[in-house]
Design a protein around this ligand. Structure first.
Ligand SMILES: [Zn+2]
Length: 267
């Protein structure tokens, strides 16, 4: 599943290629992804110019002047940027063609993605209005986690994966950040000290930034703007030796998500 770093890497690549470009044709080949795809996108977009591409959580927002194109990659979506015409393959649901011949193609086998148009302030869109602060901004810090977690019994891992608390911290990054912060994933949020929360905010930021810079450095996926390989300390390594102490990493389910941790290094 594309997580915040993949979406940010995609945003940066699309920004370089598409800002200042004008939509000429939109081809819709599917009536519905996670939500219905409005047929009038094909009438609205042609003639509009991409002014900016911003990210909110895992949403890409294309500023088109008179409104915003909102794109979410869902579980299996990705965007490919092609030059010139190219016949669509299976699961290629939408094409956006630009005045310089570039083609932005939305591919999504499981159809959990979202592509929609919004004429107002995108922060007020129902899908975006309830998202918590961005983890890479100063609004997200130890004091914030400490305040939100106060007196809460919920596991800290589930708290930081709740998008109403903080935008876009997915399972991989929650596992990695908690390992680096030396905090057990199932600790009740209310038991964390302010110092632990400050460390955790920093490790979440560090893990997301590490992944974003690895994604930017990864030239292999230049055309298919999406997933990049990365070196992880704990995620996907249950049963293998802890990279710090050598004890076997434990794996369990927490909130039905794979959770890997070291009982000796984390407390
Ligand atoms: Zn360890």
């Amino acid at each position: 599943m594309p997580e915040l770093p993949e979406v940010e890497v995609t945003r940066q690549r699309l920004e370089r290629a598409l800002v200042g470009r004008r939509f000429t044709v939109v081809e819709l080949r599917v009536p519905k992804l996670r939500l219905p795809v409005k047929a009038d996108l094909a009438d609205i977009l042609p003639g509009l110019t991409v002014r900016a591409i911003v990210r909110r959580g895992k949403y890409l927002l294309f500023d088109c002047g008179s409104g915003w194109l909102l794109v979410h990659l869902g579980m299996t979506g990705y965007l490919r940027l092609l030059r010139g015409s190219s016949p669509p393959g299976k699961h290629d649901h939408l094409d956006f063609i630009f005045d310089d011949g570039q083609l932005l193609r939305f591919h999504d086998p499981r159809k959990f993605g979202i592509v929609t148009w919004f004429a107002g302030d995108p922060q007020l869109h129902p899908l975006l209005a309830t998202i918590g602060p961005e983890p890479l901004t100063d609004a997200f810090n130890g004091t914030y986690i400490h305040t939100v977690g106060k007196n809460r019994k919920v596991a800290i891992k589930q708290l930081i994966m709740n998008s109403a608390v903080v935008a876009g911290v997915g399972n991989i990054y929650a596992n990695e950040a908690l390992f680096h912060a030396r905090i057990l994933p199932d600790r009740s949020a209310g038991t964390l000290t302010l110092q632990e929360c400050t460390t955790l905010a920093a490790t979440i930021r560090q893990e997301l930034e590490r992944s974003i810079s690895e994604g930017i450095a990864c030239r292999v996926a230049e055309e298919s703007v999406s997933y990049h390989p990365q070196v992880l300390k704990v995620y996907g390594r249950g049963g293998q030796p802890c990279p710090d102490c050598g004890d076997p990493l434990e794996e369990s389910r927490l909130g039905n998500r794979s959770t890997v941790f070291c009982r000796r290094c984390q407390e």
